[in-house]
Design a protein around this ligand. Structure first.
Ligand code: LMR
Length: 433
């Protein structure tokens, strides 16, 4: 496509910026997939800036494919002390659907240090489509113009095999929304194909310890497809975003109890990111007390609260005329922060994870939202000390049945034979109205 010409590199002779963890051990090109040229790279390097100041750079140096972009190379410098004493190794984060609304909120949070920390330099790798390429350039330009000191690289591309190379995190947002008259099974198939391809690309080129957060709907089953297509990456590393539902549940409980939402803890969303999801008020707490002690209106908890959370996405679409974007981006940031910072004592967070080996008796081999804790190392453990009652368990089983049905629809994408699609009638995304 020759799209790299969209940037006018002035420092092509400069030393490249330091790369992420696995950079020194790049895997060779994939036999089953042709490689494309990296479309455009925006980099900023302390060393590069220093070389400019020292006059090391010369006009005769051969052009490099990975270029330092214009003023971005020289707008800031770090004192050598800062670099050696307090800056961490670059974290490399790929974002798909990078030209979309959710990403437009998220990328600036990531670049600011709000998510990974104020001492964590970051590389952002933006994945888009041919159609969105110009918009991707616009996003990259806005990132440049923001002069974030922690943002060390920005690259844009349309080939996941290029964009995912050596990444530490994959935030998979891009997916087709369900249009009017479109069957849910068709959506599962279309989006499933995207996540099967991206799973293969992650398997081929990403860091072996990459953490993958699937946001594109139907996110639980898309995450399952993705992990099945990436057998060399631990299944435990794949997540489906249900943090938005947790945040919505916390807000509703706070409203009903007449407290600010920081008083609400231990909220689990069980199951699918759909209208069968189960916001758990049995184990949740307000000001450290069981919710049922604070909110005595059990009918409200069982009916109104549960439905409000399940259908919040749809109500938002009616108001906005499009699906939630800013709050989704906030919840993605929350989901990542929950994995890179230790979970507060006694609390937990919800995320959709692989069920095999779960202690609750939920069917194995699906992606189901459950309560988790983290030491802050990117990994997590399932919480074991949760209570169950008939109401909770019945609803968990309904969400489980839905996910098992979705799984059958995508058997052709998970390597499990022929698809057979017979979805329950009320199967809907939170945003479907
Ligand atoms: C949401 O929960 O707001 C979204 O998943 C809705 C949607 O369908 O995009």
């Amino acid at each position: 496509m020759g799209l790299s010409t969209a940037y006018s590199p002035v420092g092509s002779h400069l030393a490249p910026a330091p790369l992420g963890a696995g950079a020194a051990h790049r895997r060779s090109a994939q036999p089953h997939r042709p490689r494309r040229a990296l479309l455009a790279t925006v980099r900023c390097s302390v060393d590069a800036a220093k070389q400019v100041q020292d006059g090391v750079a010369t006009a005769e140096a051969p052009p490099s494919r990975k270029d330092c972009f214009g003023v971005f190379c020289t707008t800031y410098d770090l004192k050598a002390d800062d670099k050696t004493k307090s800056w961490k190794k670059l974290v490399s984060v790929a974002v798909s659907g990078a030209a979309g609304m959710i990403s437009n909120h998220l990328l600036f949070k990531l670049a600011s240090g709000e998510v990974f920390g104020q001492d964590q330099p970051i590389a952002l790798k933006l994945l888009g489509s041919e159609r969105s390429f110009q918009a991707l350039e616009g996003v990259a330009m806005e990132l440049e113009d923001s002069l974030y000191p922690l943002l060390r690289e920005v690259s844009i591309g349309i080939d996941p095999y290029e964009v995912f190379e050596d990444i530490d995190w994959a935030l998979l947002i891009g997916a087709k929304p369900r249009g009017p008259g479109m069957e849910r099974a068709a959506l599962l198939d279309i989006n499933g194909q995207i996540f099967a391809d991206q799973g293969k690309a992650l398997n081929a080129v990403a860091s072996r310890n990459v953490k993958v957060l699937v946001v594109g709907n139907p996110c639980n089953t898309n995450a399952l497809i993705c992990l099945k297509n990436a057998p060399n990456i631990p299944a435990k590393n794949f997540h489906a975003l249900t943090r938005l539902d947790e945040n919505r549940a916390k807000c509703q409980l706070a409203l009903k109890a007449g407290v600010f939402y920081d008083k609400v803890s231990n909220v689990t969303i069980w199951g699918n990111h759909s209208t069968t999801q189960v916001p758990d008020f049995l184990n949740a707490k307000i000001d450290g007390r069981p919710v049922k002690e604070v909110i005595k209106d059990t009918k409200w908890l069982e009916e109104e609260f549960t439905m409000t959370v399940q259908k919040r996405g749809g109500v938002l679409i009616k108001k906005w005329g499009r699906s939630s974007a800013a709050s989704t981006a906030v919840s993605i940031a929350d989901a990542i922060k929950s994995l890179v910072t230790p979970t507060p004592e006694g609390d937990w967070f919800s995320t959709g994870v692989y069920t095999t080996g779960n202690p609750y008796g939920i069917a194995e081999d699906i992606v189901f939202s459950m309560p988790c804790r983290s030491k802050g190392d990117g990994d997590y453990e399932l919480v074991t000390d949760v209570s169950m009652d008939d109401f909770l368990w019945e609803r968990i089983k309904k969400s489980e049945a839905e996910l098992l049905a979705e799984k059958k629809c995508v058997a052709h994408l998970t390597g499990e034979g022929n698809a057979f699609c017979d979805l329950p009638e009320d199967t809907m995304l939170p945003g479907e109205v």
